[in-house]
Design a protein around this ligand. Structure first.
Ligand code: HEM
Length: 137
């Protein structure tokens, strides 16, 4: 599976979960887990979908294992972060270190993505580059 297809598949799952959480908050009129909802939607749906678009435009990177690792790290970090943030806002302060750890995982995934963006050689083979062999920057 390519990094972009994994990103798109996971992003829609995050969107559905985030929306369900939003509807749950609205129905119960209890918005205490709003920060978890916001993080689930913005990290899980919006950012992941944007990663997918980036990867799809760079075929060689899209087919690499390292890009898959970035998507998996980001997604796992997002699940743990949103869960821990929800727990904290529900009064389970013990989840604080878990949120801290998850934030570092998400940061590590963003650093890896930063590496992809700033290293043209890794992104060889853009929308047209796959055919021409030129760097798509
Ligand atoms: C079925 C869809 C959704 C429902 C029912 C819903 C519901 C809600 C509710 C009830 C709140 C709390 C508002 C408050 O207490 O002030 C909220 C906040 C928020 N939602 Fe959603 N939401 C939905 C989808 C989304 C999506 C798709 C995104 C992002 C892409 C999003 C991002 C946010 C953000 C960032 C906040 C925090 C706003 C603030 O800080 O005031 N939501 N949402």
């Amino acid at each position: 599976m390519t990094a972009s297809s994994l990103s798109f598949r996971l992003a829609v799952v995050f969107a559905l979960s985030g929306m369900a959480m939003g509807i749950g908050m609205a129905m119960s009129q209890n918005h205490s887990i709003m920060p978890a909802h916001a993080h689930l939607n913005l990290l899980g749906w919006v950012s992941l979908f944007l990663f997918g678009i980036y990867y799809e435009r760079r075929p060689r990177l899209n087919a690499s294992k390292l890009a898959l690792v970035q998507v998996i790290l980001w997604s796992a970090g997002t699940v743990v972060l949103a869960g821990a943030v929800a727990a904290i806002h529900l009064g389970y302060k013990a989840a604080d270190p878990l949120a801290g750890l998850a934030s570092l995982i998400v940061l590590a995934a963003m650093l890896l993505f930063t590496y992809f963006v700033s290293r043209p050689a890794i992104s060889l083979g853009g929308a047209h580059g796959a055919h021409t062999g030129r760097v798509d920057f």
